[in-house]
Design a binder for this molecule. Structure first.
Ligand SMILES: [Fe+2]
Length: 590
């Protein structure tokens, strides 16, 4: 049975294929369209899922959609028409998502919809491998719910309480993100990264914005917020409360901004910890599954695991709305077969497109790029890469199937030496072009993780922070508060990446590398070899590994930019081009 899951039309649309309950393919649309957080119908991701599954559209038994359009529109109508809404009001038609799926994808078969937070819950529980668990979902908003509490066992997920819009921890965080001058739905990571630089001087003010209530409830004081009508996130009362005007984008970040970020993070953690205790008391269960955008707050996750009552925590790596497609597809499997989809814990998210060495050889030949060919000589390739990493170079690492979710985990990564005290600045200056305060994460051999991090379990998805306890100085991956967000890498899940880490360890004694996503600021993570070459062209990456080929910066022709259109045409799998056939009217629905 082939079930397609779709999440779309808010931000980060994505598509996945479950075959007989097994996850075969999953990817975000932004990787194909090259539009960051692309919210449109995931037509390219859908086509790719079919291709990966070796099926046609007639072989799809069900499309599962990740939220209820009727309930969502009801909530939008309750909130009132925002001033910046399109004038035709077609966005209030609850039939649009189904029409877009049917007409945009050409799909005429069975279509099931599931509620937004149930999709989040399923995306965590059904992929956790746990026989039973408490489930917490926390995000900005789905239909009405912004937070749900539930218990799950076998094929069943039973939410027993929810917090409804406009009372939302996700929207609280996004509102302060906007006030601090960062982009909503993108800058929340930056606020989290800024927080440890500040002091929690604004806890009283923060507790006026949000107050914990009985059971699982909490309330926002709506006089400080304006997102209900969608004009902007905060009202005039919010700057008055803090005594400072909002920060404009690119304006200097001061101690005030750092202190507000720290206070926000502290209050978020305080409420989440309290509610996690409540959930544990209600369910009596040992393990916790989490999803929803707030579950991407890795600092809070670390505290929930260390200080909370649950023995184990599984966070869906694509915890934001892109991962909703996984949950919807899993729920459809249960509904149609009566069986729980998947078995075992999700061990990796290498679920996207891959390119083989022959395809890349063809591309390089077509583009006239000289590369060192290491086909059939993996250990020589790894040694050559270690030479460069040990010499302080930044290496673009493109190998295997692309990751699902916001983190690069060794398939589309930029790698560097974590012991290099200048590496954070160098990466920021030459490649990432992002705020200097944001930390980079390490990927560490799982077998050596405990020597360097206060971790007593595997953490393959970078979903939690922990203390650095390494005998090595690791300035490039240690945050100002002495924490890091490691990925533990096992040879069984990522053989070549683990072998690279092992080669680096043998050479240097350090079993880890800086691992940051392979993209420049404002761009989605690279998907295809062409994207990787383009990224190299516009950044300061020293060398690029495309599967078995090593390309030095000097090998890329000086006129690479002029060659780009030709490269794109000759790309072995130019998925992005396929989307242009879809009518814009059907394709765009935010
Ligand atoms: Fe969500």
């Amino acid at each position: 049975m082939n079930v397609i899951g779709i999440s779309a039309f808010f931000h980060e649309s994505a598509c996945c294929l479950l075959r007989d309950g097994r996850l075969v393919a999953a990817a975000e649309e932004e990787r194909f369209s090259r539009l960051k957080h692309d919210p449109r119908l995931p037509a390219a991701a859908f086509r790719w899922c079919l291709r990966q599954g070796g099926i046609g559209i007639a072989d799809v038994d069900c499309v599962a959609y990740y939220e209820s359009p009727v309930k969502k529109v009801a909530r939008q109508l309750w909130a009132g028409i925002p001033e910046n809404a399109p004038s035709d009001l077609a966005w209030l038609d609850p039939g649009r998502p189904e029409r877009a799926i049917r007409e945009g994808l050409g799909y005429a078969g069975r279509l099931l919809t599931f509620e937004h937070h149930l999709s989040h819950a399923a995306s965590a529980f059904f992929f956790s491998g746990l026989p039973e668990a408490a489930v917490l979902t926390v995000d900005g908003v789905g239909e009405w719910a912004t937070t749900t509490y539930g218990r799950a066992r076998g094929t069943s997920i039973e939410p027993f309480e929810e917090v409804e819009f406009p009372h939302s921890l996700g929207l609280l965080y996004s509102t302060l993100t906007a006030y601090l001058g960062f982009e909503v739905n993108d800058g929340e990571y930056k606020v989290m990264g800024l927080a440890p630089y500040g002091e929690p001087r604004y806890l009283d003010e923060m507790r006026r914005l949000v107050a914990s209530g009985p059971a699982g409830q909490f309330r926002l004081d709506l006089q400080y917020f304006d997102f209900v009508r969608g004009r902007r996130m905060y009202s005039q009362a919010l700057p008055r409360l803090f005594g400072e005007p909002p920060r404009r984008r690119e304006e200097e970040i001061t101690a005030f901004h750092r202190d507000v970020a720290r206070s926000l993070q502290a209050v978020l953690e305080e409420i989440l910890l309290e509610k996690v205790h409540y959930l544990h008391d209600r369910t009596g269960l040992a393990d916790l599954c989490m999803a929803g955008g707030v579950a991407l707050n890795v600092v809070a996750n670390g505290r929930i695991l260390r200080e909370g009552p649950f023995a184990r925590l599984f966070v869906q790596p694509a915890a934001g709305d892109s991962g909703g497609c996984l949950g919807a597809a899993a729920l459809a499997c249960v509904e149609l077969t009566g069986r729980r989809p998947t078995t075992g814990t999700l061990r990796h998210v290498y679920l996207g497109p891959r390119w083989n060495a022959a395809e890349i050889a063809g591309l390089l030949a077509a583009a006239g790029i000289a590369a060192q060919d290491f086909r059939g000589r993996e250990s020589a390739l790894l040694e050559a890469v270690v030479d460069r990493l040990a010499a302080g170079q930044v290496v673009g690492w493109f190998h295997g199937a692309m990751e699902l979710g916001p983190r690069a985990l060794g398939a589309r990564s930029l790698l560097a030496d974590p012991r290099d005290s200048g590496m954070r600045d160098r990466l920021n200056r030459l490649v990432k072009k992002r705020e200097a305060f944001r930390p980079f994460a390490p990927s560490v051999l799982a077998s050596h993780a405990r020597e360097h991090f206060a971790l007593d379990h595997l953490s393959p998805f970078m979903v939690e922070t922990c203390r650095v306890v390494s005998p090595l100085a690791l300035p490039a991956v240690t945050h100002v508060d002495g924490s890091a967000r490691p990925q533990t890498v096992e040879p069984a899940d990522a053989p070549r990446f683990a072998a690279l880490l092992e080669s680096f360890r043998r050479r240097t004694g350090c079993p880890m590398l800086v691992n940051t996503s392979f993209n420049v600021r404002g761009e989605p993570i690279v998907c295809s070899p062409v994207d990787a070459l383009c990224c190299m062209g516009v950044s300061g990456i020293d060398c690029l590994v495309l599967e078995d080929f090593l390309i030095e910066r000097a090998m890329v022709p000086g006129n690479w930019a002029e060659l780009l259109p030709a490269w794109r045409e000759r790309a072995p799998s130019g998925f992005a081009r396929q989307t242009s056939a879809i009518s814009e009217d059907l394709y765009t629905f935010v």
